[in-house]
Design a binder for this molecule. Structure first.
Ligand code: LLP
Length: 445
């Protein structure tokens, strides 16, 4: 095992550099030019960074024979990114008809798709069966019976995992293991036998293949994965002994963290793979079962670092206490994470990336809420109206959580690679915003 680094450990995309004009560039594309050409706010996604982390994941886990890489689409789900990930050999974790349809339209092998969620609708489950989704992770008793009825009516057998709550709580930098389970997701350990009995005795259109868990997100601690694997393998052994069930799949979810700011130190894919594989070795021996097929489904650590968001600096305000605000043309509708989770971000000024920092400023969004602050207290050079701000690490959970708050159009997204830029999501137009509105005849003038 080599102590290699992976791109989730850097704040910037791997291709970020200062070009001959003195501007910041990504994927060989000058960010100031991109801002001019496509307007701001603009999501920019670096294909090299994305493909690098895919390769890191594959290489890191190559020591384990039966491993399946899935990408958690909730982090960012578009046709273009799904096509790249499918090309890299990844399957997909989807949690809605929308994500399922997107990866399907992007040409994903639907056998490599897992459908997750704590309250899947009948129409979503039907679509999953129609599209031939490989695995459905069943979350609760209602879903077990619904899915069996649907599968029977379509003359199909659904291959399922049981989503379980292993009782490991993750916080960003630490975790506490609790006996008391308080999560809306999955069966807790005491409910598994009842679910298995139902599947074996009554639900003849369901085939149980294994167990699934997910312990949290933006995880920096490797030991939680060890504990999770130990619990899952122990359950496989127990179900074998009690029911004679030879389940051979475990899905351990996602969660590996990324570096948003200098103080974040996430482990590399290599470190995490090492812990996971060693934990599998030790628990398989301890509980005396065969090696299960391993599924992992990271989202953030795959896509986050590849993405940046460009904004144009607009108005500014000096408040009496000395604090200086600069407002940008986006904010909480294109990046909900600072206002929702107090998430922190780092940024550079794309048109003067190496100018000396001279002040600590607050970057405010343009939305009508005091809480719409993108970055508190960041050291930046002198700023002027028209400067282009590049906020790093916005690939995950930015576009995917974007809204039209204040009836502002969602930004465009461009994919950059080898000095070429391609639109992968068009900027919304004003007509897009009203395209779903209907006005009753009696209100028409
Ligand atoms: N698998 C399951 C079952 C999940 O629930 C999640 C994320 C993942 C995989 C992917 O986790 P990741 O590798 O991305 O950490 N909106 C929040 C993150 C919510 C994550 C929800 N589940 C944020 O912006 O931080």
């Amino acid at each position: 095992f080599r102590m290699q680094t992976s791109t989730n450990q850097s704040i910037k995309p791997v291709t970020a550099e200062i070009n001959e004009l003195g501007n910041l560039s990504i994927g060989g594309c000058d960010l100031v030019e991109l801002a001019k050409k496509y307007e701001t706010p603009l999501y920019v996604l670096d294909e090299t960074t994305l493909r690098n982390i895919c390769k890191d994941y594959k290489e890191a886990f190559s020591a384990y024979k039966n491993v399946n890489m899935m990408y958690a689409s909730k982090a960012l789900c578009t046709l273009a990114t799904s096509a790249i990930l499918a090309d890299e050999g990844f399957g997909f974790d989807v949690v809605s008809a929308g994500e399922m349809y997107t990866v399907y339209k992007a040409g994903a092998d639907m056998k490599k798709v897992l459908f997750n969620g704590n309250n899947k609708s009948i129409s979503e489950l039907t679509l999953a069966l129609e599209l031939g989704v490989g695995r459905i992770s069943v979350d609760n008793f209602l879903e077990l019976s619904l899915l069996n009825v649907l599968a029977k009516s379509m003359n199909k057998t659904a291959e399922i995992l049981l989503r379980i709550t292993p009782g490991i709580e993750c916080h960003t930098h630490e975790y506490i293991q609790t006996g008391h389970l308080d999560s809306k997701f999955g069966f807790d350990l005491t409910q598994i036998d009842e679910a298995v009995n139902l599947i074996l005795d009554e639900y003849s259109n369901l085939t149980l293949r294994g167990l699934h868990a997910h312990i949290g997100s933006q995880i920096f601690e490797t030991k939680v994965y060890h504990d999770e694997i130990e619990i899952l393998v122990k359950e496989l052994a127990r179900l074998d002994e009690k029911f004679g069930l030879k389940l051979d799949e475990i899905n351990i979810g996602g969660g590996l963290g990324v570096k948003y700011t200098e103080s974040d130190c996430p482990p590399s894919t290599y470190e995490i793979a090492c812990v996971i594989i060693e934990s599998l070795n030790s628990s398989v021996q301890k509980y005396g079962i065969g090696y299960p097929t391993l599924f992992i489904e990271p989202g953030r650590s795959i896509i986050s670092t590849a993405g940046v968001t460009l904004y144009t600096i607009g108005s500014s305000k000096q408040v009496p206490n000395g604090k200086k605000y600069f407002a940008v043309d986006g904010g909480m509708a294109d990046n909900a994470r600072p206002s929702m989770y107090k998430a922190e971000y780092t940024a550079s000024v794309a048109n003067k990336p190496d100018a000396e920092t001279s002040q600590s400023v607050t970057i405010a969004g343009r939305f009508c809420e005091s809480g719409d602050i993108l970055i508190h207290n960041i050291e930046l050079p002198e700023l002027e109206e028209g400067d282009i701000l590049c906020v790093y690490n916005t690939g995950a959970y930015n576009y995917s959580m974007a809204s039209n708050y204040n009836r502002v159009q969602k930004p465009a997204m461009v994919l950059v690679n080898n000095s070429q830029s391609d639109i992968i999501i068009e900027r919304e137009t004003l007509d897009d915003l009203i395209s779903h509105d209907r006005i009753p005849d009696r209100l028409k003038k």
